[in-house]
Design a protein around this ligand. Structure first.
Ligand code: PLP
Length: 400
């Protein structure tokens, strides 16, 4: 393993911003008071929670009282969906998509086992949603429509504002998992029909262990965590003050730098993508024709396995990820690429590069060069030969 890490796996997690860590420090040392305490010491801490709430609200164009701090994106997603179904017990239907994160999909599967009907909307070959399908799927029985803002694997952006209007017209609540969108593209909930929105701290340069849920003012809300009166009774448990301060600072930085950084990051991503596609035959950019967040590219390399590419990248100190999940010894292709009807020979060889504000042109240059070498090496030893379809690949078979 080389010493220097080139970190292109920012949709998995991000480097905490040094500015956020700096602001957190006092709350891990001398400012340890409980913000609910009546004394001056607690009150001092409470002030910083208020600042964090304002900063978080500004990032998404919300009011501070609409922000509920949570422990992660998964908790925010669970809270939102559970709240929606409990607040509307007579409605027994949920609409979501086939390409959501497991944080939403696995909860929906569980609710199905509890008697809920769930409609999983399909996507096209570029990972795009057809809103007419949502219009047909949402009914007076629908408690909640949950559609992600941006896909974590491909970066494809969904038209969530339009989807929220469709849900509202059917009297259903609308939740969006904005974990991969927040901090990367503008979000303004001021005149939005979105009822709930999830954000995760560690995806936008705050540390792990903190997230937030936007819950529209006036929304009928049933808490997931019940207990004390924290977060206006919407999420019990003593607040994780240092981490809330951290996510507040990270939100402030993301908003301040978004305009400049999103175009810089997009240029880096586009350059990496172009160099790889131009230099390596039999590749395809998954979702490349759709609208995407600026930092993500998901590229399939036909006839080789994503995991082999990852291992060789890792030897060079490059961190990326593949969509496959290793379950009980067999590698399942990504559910997102399967929903996009990606042929098996491509779906097994997909790599996601997700970059951040901390990445540089030199790193893009290095990774593009390494990719050309690695893919050529792997194709030489591939049982499928150097790009010639075999009987197995034509049958959509998968060896290993
Ligand atoms: N939703 C999406 C789209 C994600 O990408 C992730 C994390 O990968 C999550 C939810 C879960 O977030 P967390 O890790 O904060 O629970």
């Amino acid at each position: 393993m080389t010493e220097k890490i080139i970190y292109f796996d920012n949709n998995a997690t991000t480097k905490p911003a040094p500015e956020a860590l700096e602001e957190m420090k006092p709350f891990l040392t001398e400012l340890y008071g409980n913000p609910s305490s009546m004394h001056y010491f607690g009150g001092q801490v409470q002030k910083y929670l208020d600042i964090a709430r304002e900063r978080a609200a500004s990032l998404i164009g919300a009011n501070p009282e609409e922000i509920i701090f949570t422990s992660c994106g998964t908790e925010s997603d669970s809270t939102a969906i559970w709240s929606a179904v409990r607040a509307n017990p007579e409605r027994k239907h949920i609409v979501t998509t086939q390409v959501e994160h497991p944080a939403v999909l696995n909860l929906c599967k569980f609710l199905q086992s509890q008697g809920y009907k769930v409609t999983y909307l399909a996507v096209d070959g570029e990972g795009r949603l057809n809103l007419d399908e949502l219009k047909n799927a949402a009914t007076k029985e629908t408690a909640v429509v949950s559609i992600m803002w941006a896909n974590n694997e491909t970066g494809v952006v969904f038209p969530v504002e339009e989807a929220a209007q469709i849900a509202r017209a059917k009297g259903a609540l609308f939740h969006t998992d904005a974990v991969q969108a927040a901090g990367k593209i503008p979000i303004n909930l001021k005149n939005s029909k979105i009822d709930m929105l999830s954000v995760s701290g560690h995806k936008l340069h705050a540390p792990k262990g903190v997230g937030l849920l936007y819950a529209r003012k006036g929304l009928k809300f049933v808490p997931f965590m019940m207990g004390g009166h924290q977060e206006k009774g919407r999420r019990a448990g003593t607040e994780n003050v240092p981490y809330i301060v951290g996510i507040g600072k990270a939100c402030e930085l993301a908003l301040k730098n978004m305009k400049h950084e999103s175009s810089r990051v997009r240029a880096l991503r586009d350059s990496l993508e172009k160099r790889i596609v131009d230099s390596i035959p039999n590749t395809r950019v998954n979702g490349g024709k759709a609208e995407r967040i600026p930092n993500t590219t998901n590229i399939s390399f036909e006839y080789i396995e994503g995991e082999s590419i990852l291992l060789l990248l890792s030897e060079k100190g490059i961190c990326a990820s593949s969509g496959s999940a290793c379950t009980s010894g067999s590698l399942e292709p990504s559910h997102v690429l399967m929903a996009m009807q990606s042929p098996h020979t491509f779906a097994h060889g997909s790599i996601r590069f997700s970059i951040s504000v901390y990445n540089t042109e030199e790193e893009i240059d290095f990774v593009a060069k390494q990719m050309a070498d690695i893919v050529a090496r792997l194709r030489k030893i591939s049982p499928f030969g150097e790009g010639k379809p075999t009987e197995l690949s034509l049958n959509n078979g998968y060896a290993g």
